[in-house]
Design a protein around this ligand. Sequence first.
Ligand code: CP
Ligand code: NVA
Length: 316
Amino acid sequence: MIRHFLRDDDISPAEQSTVLDLAARMKADRFGHRPLAGPRSVAVLFDKQSLRTRFSFDVGIAELGGHPLVVDTQVTHFGRGETLIDAGRVLSRYVVAIVLRTHGDDRIAEVAAGASVPVVNALTDGFHPCQLLADLLTIRERCGGTAGRTLTYVGDGANNMAQSYLLAGAMAGMHVRIAGPEGFVPDPDVVARAAEIAVGTGGSVRVLTDPVQAVRDADVVATDTWTSMGQEADGLDRITPFLPYQVNKELLGQAAPDAVVLHCLPAHRGEEITDEVLDGPQSAVFDQAENRLHAQKALLTFLLNANAADKAAADT
Ligand code: CP
Ligand code: NVA
């Protein structure tokens, strides 16, 4: 079985910690790790727009000694005239890993079903697990660790970031609180899975509607756009019900005095977060963006090693 990274919980909590340890080492010795030397190639495919993910994978794969192939899927036959399973099969003959940003989670699952190399989720409608590795690395740096800390996310509780905070935060032993307006709540299956993980890590999960209650005494306050890619014309009012969830000075004042502010970016300044907070002393958002690079280099290295070890065991 190939190890993929389609959701945060495709690795164990111990493996998450291993990846974050490696990310920190790679950050400290940025050009000292070249597991893709050869060069071995990695396909990085986009069905949706990107700045951070595109550049951090491109740069990261090159820094690992590899050859990044960053491609917008519109110029391929991807999912149009060629099944995603076949695309996964074909790409596996050229590259050692496939990184994909796409729409439904069913699409990346189809690619993975055909692939004989690891497939990495670079954002789907359901999850953004690479972002969470960067967020957790940032929390480790700013808070000295993750276990036992309270991580509050306010905004669209139904989106990919909220769901990844639930899973990855619980895996890291955090007390995760998600707060959004009625109707913008995470998938109950994801909440249940996160709660199950939290039992084993000492963390906890709560879904609330009251932003003040959610933020009170939190160590980390995170938010994200109220309108994710692909939701621009979904007919929902994505402003009015969200206004009480804006991360501004007043709401942040409810958190722990030195609480860290996260936002995966791009930010819609003046909507989900104010300039004052985003550019303020508690904001870690640009470290967070940089940490995409280090976390993804570590993840790719981990997945390639894990799959090589599994193959060696199967061959003996
Ligand atoms: N945070 C993030 O994934 O940014 P991009 O959409 O620019 O890749
Ligand atoms: N929730 C956002 C994250 C962007 C990085 C989106 O899916 O558009």
